[in-house]
Write a protein that binds this ligand. Sequence first.
Ligand SMILES: Cc1cc2nc3c(=O)[nH]c(=O)nc-3n(C[C@H](O)[C@H](O)[C@H](O)COP(=O)(O)OP(=O)(O)OC[C@H]3O[C@@H](n4cnc5c(N)ncnc54)[C@H](O)[C@@H]3O)c2cc1C
Length: 796
Amino acid sequence: MSILTSDLLRPVNPSHRFDESVLLRYAAANVDGFPASPTGFSVSQFGHGQSNPTFLLEVESGPSLKKRYVLRKKPSGEILQSAHAVEREFQVLKALGDHTDVPVPKVFCLCTDASVIGTAFYIMEYLEGRIFLDLKLPDLSPNRRKAIYKETAKTLAAIHIVDVNSVGLEKFGHRENYCKRQIERWARQYLASTGESKPERYPKMLELIEWLRQHIPLDDSSEALGPCLVHGDFRIDNLLFHPNEDRVIGVLDWELSTLGNQMCDVAYSSLQYIVDIRLGDEKSYRGLEFTGIPEGFPSQAEYLAEYCSASGNASAGDLAKHAGKAGNALVDSAWEFIGRKTVLPNHPSPGQGALRNHQNESGIERINQYITQGSGKFVPSQKLDSAARARELLFDGMNHASLGKDSDLLGAGLSNLEYAYLCEIMGRSVWAPQVFNCGAPDTGNMEVLLRYGTKEQQKEWLVPLLEGHIRSGFAMTEPQVASSDATNIECSIAREGDNYIINGEKWWTSGAMDPRCRILIVMGKTDFTSAKHKQQSMILVDVTTPGVKIKAPLSVFGYDDAPHGHAEVSFENVCVPASNILLGEGRGFEIAQGRLGPGRLHHCMRLIGAAERGMQLMVERAHKRRVFGKSIAEQGSFLSDLAKCRIELEMTRLLVLEAADQMDRLGNKRAQGTVAMAKVAAPNMALKVLDRAIQVHGAAGVSSKTALAHLWATARTLRIADGPDEVHLGTIAKLELRQARFGGGNKFAHDKNTNMKIKGYIEEADYLQVNKLSESPLHILFLTHHPHMPSSPISP
Ligand SMILES: Cc1cc2nc3c(=O)[nH]c(=O)nc-3n(C[C@H](O)[C@H](O)[C@H](O)COP(=O)(O)OP(=O)(O)OC[C@H]3O[C@@H](n4cnc5c(N)ncnc54)[C@H](O)[C@@H]3O)c2cc1C
């Protein structure tokens, strides 16, 4: 959410009041152009950025002449040493305003005479612009989010390339031991603000101080780093953006600025990826890499690459009451961060299904506990009468992170990548996804309701679905038309007054045979005459509505796929309220795309688990069974097949994880090529591995004595369900041709990105800046350790 500067204004806080007539006289004498005999004068206060109280002065000199100025002063009373230094703010703003292109408000005068309004203050120009208080920029389109962050990185770079010697800031601070001094100062201030009758000290903070003292960067002097102006509090809500254009018109809050190690600014401005530092009564302080990167938002690496190529609080008002808790959460985050090997999100080690992340570890552990025994066999450790507990688990297993809602109901807020690991474990069994309420089509339908449903629709259908009280179906495919091309669909959804009337035939509506199934998402056409992809809509239909007929079950290679089952369903003059439409008429394709991306990938993730199960059963059987004097495990042909299965499985797992990661970082649309590749590769790989496992089991393999036959049957359907292989191959080929045409080689979303980064580093980046970055105090060595980058992209 952005707000205008003027929206932040409120009456002056009584504790900050001063004598306005004295100020008026002072301003008239000291501010160029300030009206000498004003006809009106009013003062109001800004409510954001409370460190130094900031006021708007409005002076009238005649009916139509109104001038606006901003006054910033120190807080009254006892304040922490070195904080609130308005004199320093004035000095840096003046130097930058007079000599550089760094966007700052013009300053007019500095008053250090406390007799005027009680404390030192300065007066500057008033800038009307937008401030983004929510770092995720939820109200902006993906393109504008990108532009805003690009501008943010460029503005930071503009500050960092200032030559302090030539703008008169060479004595603006000590050049040596910046990090050491920071640590010592914050440590002193922490000790001074806590203990005895003050907020309790957090022991981990004391340990953290010690750790930081032991790990001061070797280059902790700005001499070694060249130009070295540091803002000290550089974050997006300290930037004022033009009211309409995506450019910065003023960098605010310079009170912590000094000379020093600029990489602290860089690290601080990237903090939102790691931790959510908004002080509030939040349950979680996890940053974007945990909660999901909004579409259009650069990844941390992209943000830093942008910076590289361009750069060749004390009194917190009402918010202060949360500061203690939030501070401790920050300390915890710092420890978690210190434990990392790289700054970028941890990538799991392939093959083991273990994501090194608390959130997921607990999910993995809980799912494993529920469905495995000590022997490692995949069997329910408890009877299904504990299904209530399973439902409880599924809350944590659901993937809602990318959807950006934070209600408790919506589960643990996992990213697609994190959820992939849980899905893999569940995929080892045909029934586990149901038990954890993470099965198709329910998860896809929940995501549709969450993304596109109204509050009322969510209340009525999403909540009982999440709680596991009801089940759902998705009715798109029709028997009479080739449904892999959804423009063929013939079901009609016709508006009549306050209702829609639905008529059509559907089949393969998974979930519809389940006696608990209560809601169907039906895709049909609301307008047979409009543009090809604007004819379709989706609508919610209660299965108990008159005219809905669950006609017959469909089996898969003889399996009924109970309890959810697949059904033929007919709709005959089914009348539902107009409010049941999802998103609006003509938006069906849009919803289908939003639903199918993650849904497809969930299938792929489960297929990895199915293949792992096949490997496990194959190996166990090969050890036990003897043929012609040797165990099968000792037969050469088996060993070679086993090894090939492992290779294919690992390649596919990496592809699936890459697709999940791209969805998190780049959004579903830009990840579509990699998702399509995963969608083709995963069922084909699983079929090969399961087929090999069936072969090793002999006749037992095709029977219902093992899970292999059912797993194979399910995997085979996934070369058709959610779109046949050919459709996905078409997508991949189209993207390949498009990339080749536009000069990108065989690069999909991610590779294109990597290309840009490499180009940025090699062609544009200032080596010094990059090297400087790689020696950051927070160990920003990710440039050489990013899992997707060559090992040393920046060395000449
Ligand atoms: C187990 C299972 C569960 C399902 N669950 C659901 C569900 O819950 N809801 C729902 O609505 N549907 C569901 N489906 C249906 C599924 O989505 C469709 O079967 C699928 O979209 C294909 O449509 P179709 O069967 O009409 O095949 P068609 O569209 O008739 O395609 C037949 C074949 O034509 C070929 N083909 C298609 N396009 C191309 C192309 N571009 N180039 C070359 N060849 C091509 C492919 O070989 C394809 O297999 C399910 C299917 C199965 C098997």
